[in-house]
Write a protein that binds this ligand. Structure first.
Ligand code: 26V
Length: 796
């Protein structure tokens, strides 16, 4: 550290700022993992291991200092060493900006998977984009969300290794030249009209106990020439840099694509840019190692994280056929054997398609290849006798319905040997809905891989008090073998252990109470039930249902001034896509309700509501260990899996939730008595919608809901603008697509079951302990082991 401070940062102790100390500490930590990194890389070559490539447009990493120290087992040594220099490790920890190269669950899953792949010593590499600006920073002004650019690189990035020598050309536009070969076959060469250079930046990813270190390789875009010197010399100083600006735009900013179908050309440029650079890179490595392109599928598995890298299917075909001279049929066999694809959503508006016209212009050779794949695929169906018009049009790569579009999900499905959903329910629905016809034709292709989370970050690092207690009680080996969490079961009724378990929770709650006060100026009592809903703001996630229940609860408290209620703190956090008007209005409503409720002495302090701004991985690490109740209340059938649900349960929060995504599997494991399930099932949602989504009758039948809606529509929470929520309440009344009204009474009743359990603290603690004890299966190590064995065919 001292050496790094002096020789890399170039400061002496007297002048060093806290940030200088952070940089010195990060670099000193990084130094400790480099030997293992180099050794891992060598071993991968020496043992000629099958490699796994995880292609993802998002990696929601968060901070790395404590994560790296924990995995290396150096946290305490570092703490002591810094203390001797008069520096506090926890103060440095807070200075690191989050690497927020993702929107939500999909990006965070990729980060958990990187951790688990390193832990399981899989020869894996993550590929993505090194965005200059990650997910926008959210502020709340008077309860309204505002977005500001995020600037994680402004003070440099101590974890990355720039690799200016590792570059690839990525083409766009242009035309195709065809020539006849000696054997009479046609050869095609794409002559791009524009070339962008992809430059590699590597971040080491260290596994548990530092045994194996993988690489996350992120691409940054550059123009081939930094400047048009002729233009510059003629005085056009800005215009001379325009090509550079156009090129760099590709890796400039992460699309906040949760909720906005990013139909922009730039988004397709991002997708092709990173897919192409990654494939060129892995093929170069493969050729160096084997010299035989035909063995690619024996040595390489590529996982497509959603359809964002799906253009890679056409790109690999192009590289194999046009560049490496492999025949079409063999190239297709190699492609299918190499790729596999994970689907993360069923929402029709989230399924990617690209206008054929755009594709023809931007990637003309790929469009030809897609047509060829489609022709071959449809011919095969005709051979199989499945050629009725309806089937053909539903499985065609081209959607002809309104303007021709390429269906990226279909391309990913066809180009892969396995396709997976991310929870048991979701995978079943994948078979029944988006890929129904494909499933009939290829019944073995769709499999389930229920998501998981890394226990290193989400338990060991985020929750030191509980981690210490676990180590004391069942031994520190639990962090090597999470299955041993089950040994906690026998302490579930042990009052002494219950007290210690509750004391750990209380410590986390006190810490969160401090954070709440610092960020929003509201005092919350750590003795109250902490009830948290933290995730992207989306109608299907139903933050509105939670706010409505809060309003009804508030009305109950003031209507019965003599009655005792279990005190609650409702915690909200999450970002809305900038263009998602309805989601932003829900944020404003939560804030408006909070303002009135928190200021009303008639609540007797029994209900507090806080909306914490700028939700990110680090804030999640503070909230989750402190939560008593985890809100997982999406409309059944709409949340593919959820992963926050797993993190909360692991940290001893009880779930209130619908039978959606992985909630179903959490219930199977923690047991019906230790989770609060309510509401319509996925099937019932479907039936209900078929009958119509007019909620007037439902509201009329629920006086409590009607009363809450009346207050909101009447401006009780928005006296400055009494009609602010008129449209919101109207939509809910006449077009209740997310079935908020339908589920309201069941939700209310489930919340009262929560209250009753809370009043019996012994029973609550027992359930809480049993949650932690029984969720070992949701470790992402288990998930990755399943991918390795059933999809990638690599030994673990
Ligand atoms: C959703 C939407 C909704 C409306 C319009 C546009 C749009 C675009 C993207 C998305 C999210 C799709 C992908 C995604 O993030 N899925 C999440 O993946 C997690 C990891 O598998 C899973 O736990 C979440 O349930 C799932 O929503």
């Amino acid at each position: 550290m001292q050496r790094r401070l002096t020789y890399t940062v170039g400061k002496d102790n007297a002048d060093a700022s806290p940030r200088d100390w952070f940089v010195a500490t990060a670099l000193a930590t990084r130094d400790r993992l480099v030997p293992s990194w180099l050794a891992s890389t060598k071993r991968n070559y020496r043992e000629d291991r099958r490699r796994v490539y995880y292609l993802s447009l998002e990696f929601l990493i968060g901070r790395l200092l404590i994560d790296t120290l924990t995995n290396l087992g150096l946290t305490e040594a570092m703490r002591d060493a810094l203390a001797e220099l008069g520096v506090d490790l926890d103060m440095l920890r807070a200075l690191e900006p989050d690497a927020a190269l993702g929107n939500g669950g999909l990006g965070r899953l990729a980060a958990c998977f990187m951790d688990s792949m390193a832990t399981l010593e899989i020869a894996a590499m993550g590929y993505g984009i090194r965005y200059d600006h990650g997910l926008f920073r959210q502020t709340l002004k008077d309860g309204w969300q505002h977005e500001y650019p995020e600037d994680w690189l402004s003070f440099g990035n101590s974890w990355q290794f720039p690799r200016p020598e590792i570059t690839y050309d990525v083409g766009f536009f242009g035309h195709i030249e065809s020539s006849r070969l000696a054997d009479g076959m046609l050869a095609h060469v794409w002559r791009p009209g524009e070339t962008i250079v992809a430059v590699a930046y590597d971040t080491p990813v260290v596994g548990w106990r530092g045994k194996h270190v993988n690489t996350l390789r992120l691409w940054s875009a550059r123009a081939p020439d930094a400047l048009r010197l002729d233009a510059f010399n003629q005085g056009d100083h800005v215009g001379a840099q325009s090509e550079q600006a156009r090129a760099e735009a590709i890796s400039k900013v992460l699309y906040p694509s949760d909720s906005t179908p990013a139909g922009q050309e730039l988004r397709l440029r991002q997708e092709y840019f990173f897919a192409s650079a990654s494939l060129q890179d892995l093929i170069r490595r493969h050729m160096r190692q084997t010299g035989d392109i035909r063995r690619l599928a024996d040595k390489v598995a590529i996982q497509l994280n959603d359809t964002h890298p799906a253009i890679g299917v056409a790109e690999l075909m192009r590289l194999l056929v046009d560049v490496h001279g492999v025949g079409w049929k063999e190239a297709w066999r190699i492609t299918q054997a190499t790729f596999s694809y994970t689907n993360h959503t069923l929402l029709p508006e989230a399924l990617e398609t690209w206008p054929v016209q755009l594709m023809e212009r931007l990637l003309p050779r790929h469009m030809q290849i897609i047509y060829l794949i489609n022709a071959m695929h449809l011919d095969l169906l005709r051979e199989k006798g499945a050629s009725d018009a309806a089937t053909l049009s539903s499985v065609s790569l081209i959607d002809e319905r309104n303007g021709r579009h390429v269906r990226m999900g279909h391309l990913a499905f066809l180009g892969s040997h396995k396709v997976n959903g991310v929870s048991a329910l979701h995978s079943a629905l994948v078979k029944e809905t988006v890929f129904k016809d494909f499933h009939r034709l290829y019944p073995d292709r769709i499999v389930n891989k229920t998501n998981g989370v890394t226990f290193r970050r989400w338990l060991l690092e985020a929750n030191p008090p509980l981690s210490r207690l676990l180590a004391d009680t069942i031994g520190a080996g639990v962090f090597d073998e999470p299955e041993r969490l089950i040994e906690l079961e026998k302490f579930a009724d042990d009052v002494e252990f219950q007290n210690r378990f509750a004391a750990a929770k209380r410590e986390n709650k006190a810490r969160l109470a401090t954070t709440v006060f610092e960020r929003v100026g509201v005092r919350v009592d750590p003795a109250a039930l902490f009830d948290a809903q933290i995730k992207r703001i989306h109608e299907y996630k139903r933050q509105l249902l939670n706010v409505l229940e809060a309003v009804a609860f508030y009305q109950d408290i003031i209507a019965q001034p003599a009655r005792e209620f279990a005190p609650r703190v409702k915690i909200f956090a999450g970002k809305a896509a900038a263009s998602y008007h309805q989601a932003k209005l829900i944020i404003k409503l939560a804030n408006d309700v909070a303002k009135v409720v928190n200021a009303d002495p008639a609540t007797r302090g029994l209900l507090k509501i806080v909306f914490l701004p700028n939700y990110n991985v680090s804030l999640a690490e503070t909230i989750i260990p402190a939560a008593d109740l985890s809100e997982q209340i999406s409309t059944a059938g709409m949340e593919a899996s959820g992963t926050g649900n797993m993190k909360f349960a692991l940290n001893g929060a009880l779930t209130i939730g619908t039978l959606d995504g992985a909630n179903v599997e959490i219930r199977e494991r923690v047991g019906d008595d230790n989770i609060f399930i309510f509401g319509l099932t996925a099937r019932e949602v479907e039936e209900c919608r078929a009958k119509g989504i007019d909620a007037r009758e439902t509201i009329a039948a629920s006086p409590r809901l009607a009363e809450a809606l009346r207050a909101i529509a009447g401006g009780v929470f928005s006296p400055d603008d009494p009609h602010r929520y008129a449209q919101l309440v109207d939509t809910l009344t006449y077009y209740d697509h997310f079935l908020v009204a339908k589920d309201f009474d069941a939700y209310w009743e489930a919340q009262r079951r929560v209250d009753a359990r809370w009043r019996d603290q012994k029973a609550w603690r027992r359930s809480s302990i049993l949650n932690t004890a029984r969720v070992a299966w949701f470790s992402s190590d288990r998930t990755i082991r399943e991918y390795a064995q059933e999809i990638w065919n690599v030994a673990v």
